[in-house]
Design a protein around this ligand. Structure first.
Ligand code: GRF
Length: 215
């Protein structure tokens, strides 16, 4: 991704979820304040019956679900998902615990922000917390990035550290990371919507477009 992009104010967010949706909830809560600069206009999922979808419904936000197994091919699933996303005219798509790799129909059409519970490029993939713990790191954290076609390989937008504490298991460490992750995601997406952002190669900058400056 090398093209500069600037997102208009009052950004429209389509959020994709696969599970409990606490990151989604943090975005819903933040966007209740108009000064946040972005609001969740739709929530998409790859499965039914998840708390993430219930959170959207309680907030009065429209939802859509596309299960991979309901489609004859991955390409067909990708196309259907992208069409529903496009119908909501997002400025940003947020992959917030969405456990599928997005395909070209979505990635080529919209900037996608992804969040990961480890300090990339360490410990990508579905078990970032478990892998960091097993490796024995003393510090881990979370990463907010732009999604690309790889697994957690996109340009990094923001990161924050979380210490690994004696006695941590995967669940306890993940909960502590998620507390930081929710705040980092809300803060990053809000700044992107309010201040605009650019990407050049792997370098993402929020605001400060004329002066350069790393954000
Ligand atoms: C987050 O830690 C996200 O980074 C990971 O799954 C978790 C989703 O949590 N991929 P929630 O569904 O937002 O509560």
């Amino acid at each position: 991704m090398s093209l500069g992009v600037r997102v208009s104010k009052a950004g429209r967010l389509v959020v994709l979820v696969s599970g409990s949706g606490t990151n989604l909830q943090a975005l819903l809560d933040a966007s209740a304040d108009p000064s946040y600069g972005a609001r969740v206009v739709a929530v998409g999922a790859d499965r039914d019956g998840i708390e993430g979808l219930a959170r959207a419904s309680r907030a009065g936000v429209p939802t859509f679900v596309h299960k991979l197994r309901d489609y004859p091919s991955r390409d067909a699933w990708d196309a259907a998902l992208a069409a529903d996303i496009a119908a909501h005219k997002p400025d940003l798509v947020i992959s917030a615990g969405f456990m599928k790799i997005l395909g070209a129909p979505t990635l080529d059409a919209f900037p996608v922000v992804n969040t990961h519970p480890a300090l990339l490029p360490a410990f990508p993939g579905a078990h970032g917390v478990r892998d960091a713990l097993a490796y024995g790191v003393k510090v881990t954290g979370c990463t907010v990035m732009l999604a690309d076609a790889g697994v957690d390989t996109g340009p990094i937008i923001a990161q924050e550290t979380v210490p690994v504490l004696p006695g941590d298991d995967e669940a306890r460490l993940h909960e502590r990371i998620k507390t930081v992750e929710r705040r980092l995601l809300v803060d990053t997406v809000g700044r992107m919507a309010r201040e605009g952002w650019t990407v050049s190669g792997r370098i993402v900058r929020i605001g400060n477009h004329l002066g350069g400056g790393n954000s």
